[in-house]
Design a protein around this ligand. Structure first.
Ligand code: CP
Length: 304
């Protein structure tokens, strides 16, 4: 199936997602054998205007496991010609002459779309701005759920945290809207609840959702607890923030077959005591990012 650029979750159909997940499983087996040299003629450029641990390193590891090579700058805001006033579009045109795919994390929502518009090589959005999207994160989130649960139909999920500016949760909501009988609880302080554009999209696709501010009311209901950060400065009543932390006490309210996910990095919203619980899958989720990103790279090139 053809996939030129990866800029937003809405691009993905259910058959394309299933193909991506099949490929990701194959990549898991490939990595267990040490990888391949099949893509030794390929070069990936990673252009990150914001910090990253998981996304940049997993894309770079993905490329090395496929046998390819990597061009990278650790901090494009400092170590690219943006410092001299170069526009993103010009930087992309230049990098496209040196590489076969550009993975870009931009500080403005819509940055990846701008890049894709001028790029003759595939552009992959590694997260753009506040309130933009982070589609590859949502793809690995969904892969993790699918891998554990085998199906996404009928999934119930609590998405918790600072949701209005959360690019990972926005991308995840778009992907979830593609599956039947999904139930989404958005759990957050009211001032940082999910934005109307996503809620409208869910309504248009007849997806059940509820807005909630009390985490304890939903924990026992759901298959997936998807936790994210809340920046204290964005919340009026900071004393209430502690009530959004998943700790040993709240864990007891969860179903025994549920799972805890988090795009990471975390600060205080998941207590370290949760890490040893078999339902805590966030480190496995981050590792799955390697396989999903390997699969994505091969998918964009196979579609050429
Ligand atoms: N989840 C995520 O995007 O992590 P990084 O910021 O470390 O890439």
């Amino acid at each position: 199936m053809k996939l030129q650029h990866v800029v937003e979750s809405q691009q993905f159909t259910v058959p394309l997602l299933m193909e991506l997940f099949d490929r990701s499983r194959r990549m898991e087996r490939l990595v267990a054998r040490g990888g391949t040299h099949d893509y030794s003629n390929r070069i990936m450029a990673t252009l990150f205007y914001e910090p990253s641990t998981r996304t940049r390193f997993s894309f770079e590891a993905a490329m090395y496991r496929l046998g390819g090579k990597v061009l990278s700058t650790e901090q494009a805001k400092v170590f690219s010609s943006e410092v001299e006033g170069e526009q993103l579009e010009d930087t992309i045109r230049i990098l496209a002459g040196y590489s076969d795919v550009i993975v870009v994390r931009h500080n403005e929502a819509g940055g990846a779309k701008r890049a894709a518009k001028v790029s003759p090589v595939p552009v992959i959005n590694a997260g753009d701005g506040k309130g933009g999207q982070h589609p590859t994160q949502a793809l690995l989130d969904l892969y993790t759920i699918h891998r554990e649960r085998k199906s996404l139909e009928g999934l119930s999920i609590a998405i918790i945290g600072e949701l209005d500016e959360g690019r990972t949760v926005r991308s995840l909501a778009y992907l979830l809207s593609k599956f039947d009988r999904v139930k989404i609880y958005f759990v957050s302080p009211p001032e940082v609840q999910m934005k109307p554009d996503i809620l409208q999209h869910l309504e248009e696709h007849q997806v059940w959702y509820a807005l909630e501010s009390d985490i304890s009311k939903v924990l026992g209901e759901v298959d997936v607890v998807y936790q994210t950060r809340i920046r204290p400065e964005r919340v009026a009543d900071r004393k209430k923030l502690a009530s959004y932390t998943l700790d040993g006490r709240l864990l007891k309210a969860m179903r025994s077959d549920a799972m805890v996910l988090h795009p990471l990095p975390r600060t205080v919203e998941i207590d370290k005591a949760v890490d040893d619980d078999p339902r805590a899958l966030y480190f496995r989720q981050a590792k799955n990012g390697l396989f999903v990103r390997m699969a994505l790279l091969t998918l964009v090139w196979d579609g050429e």
